[in-house]
Design a protein around this ligand. Sequence first.
Ligand SMILES: Cc1cc2nc3c(=O)[nH]c(=O)nc-3n(C[C@H](O)[C@H](O)[C@H](O)COP(=O)(O)O)c2cc1C
Length: 359
Amino acid sequence: MARDFVSNDEIIQEAYRRLSQGAWDYLVGGSESETSMRRNRHGFDRIAFRPRILVDVANVDPSTTFLGQQLRIPAILAPVGSLQEFDPDGGAAAARGATAFGTMQAVSSVTMPSLEEIATASATPKIFQLYVQGDREWTRDIVGRVKQAGYAALAITVDVARYSRRERQMVTRYAPPTRREPPDPKWRASLTWDTLDEIREMWGDGPFMLKGVMTGEDAALAVQHGVDYVWVSNHGGRQLDHTLGSAEVMPEIVQAVAGRARIILDSGVQRGSDIIKAIALGADVVALGKLQGWALAAAGAEGVTRMLEILEDEMIVSMGLMGVTKVDQITSSYICEGETVTPAHEMSAWVNKPQDRFV
Ligand SMILES: Cc1cc2nc3c(=O)[nH]c(=O)nc-3n(C[C@H](O)[C@H](O)[C@H](O)COP(=O)(O)O)c2cc1C
């Protein structure tokens, strides 16, 4: 039973038992040396808390509002492609798991089932994430379908001008379904700020997100181009290798955005304490990629709900121990720079990697 999992580490171990080596490598692997991926963890691991004492924390509320929705914690599901590799119901199972807990999902444009089926799989409004894989008419058509299906926001992912060298899956000779007949790469490679303006216009006035922002310069440009939500991400370390970690670029992003847009952060978020750190750095919400895949693989929709419950519990414990009772009290005064005590890796939020346990 999913509710028997006591930690997200246990969920990951169950996912490891259930997944084929290829699907595991697809979910977990970063690009090339995996430096970007490790820096994501390093970026969180090097932040220390500055707890305050003797505050009444009998009632701690980790909820927030986002896109007009009440979220039980400031964490949404990130867009993840090929979710059907982890659970037969794919994005529909993720939708049910997120709604049962009380949060939102961003739906990948390259997962199954269709965007219409995922939209109706649960009642909660959702975000649609678009990879531009065709000409203007192709894009107009899909944006029309997204509107028709009632999505609450549109996110354009722009850190995929080239598909990266993900060497774990290359070595296992595994290709996710989307790579078995890859679309013409020229569409993603030729995107510019002009294309973004065109899509903004097709979408209209609704909430518009740009995913894959890693510099203050681009965050400022995004705001100038009418982006309402700057989505800080290095794709979980799966695209350009040797970037900084997502948490590490937050100061320059926050400075450049200067309150003119809201900020979503992903890449490396694995614990309730990471969510608190991200909020302290200036994010409004975080998004969960690998954790979502692990939870789905371990126990389907119920696994996703349980993974989120565990994050909520971790948040309540840490907030209580820090002397804060509400998310909007979490400011930069609660964090400082600390030395890391373990080498960063894709699972350094826990004690061991599952593959090290099973040898
Ligand atoms: C298996 C997998 C598939 C992904 N597919 C997509 C996708 O289709 N679209 C997208 O914008 N990002 C995709 N991402 C990136 C996530 O949205 C997110 O940026 C990243 O996973 C966050 O890092 P984390 O895995 O450390 O949480 C994918 C990530 C994973 C792990």
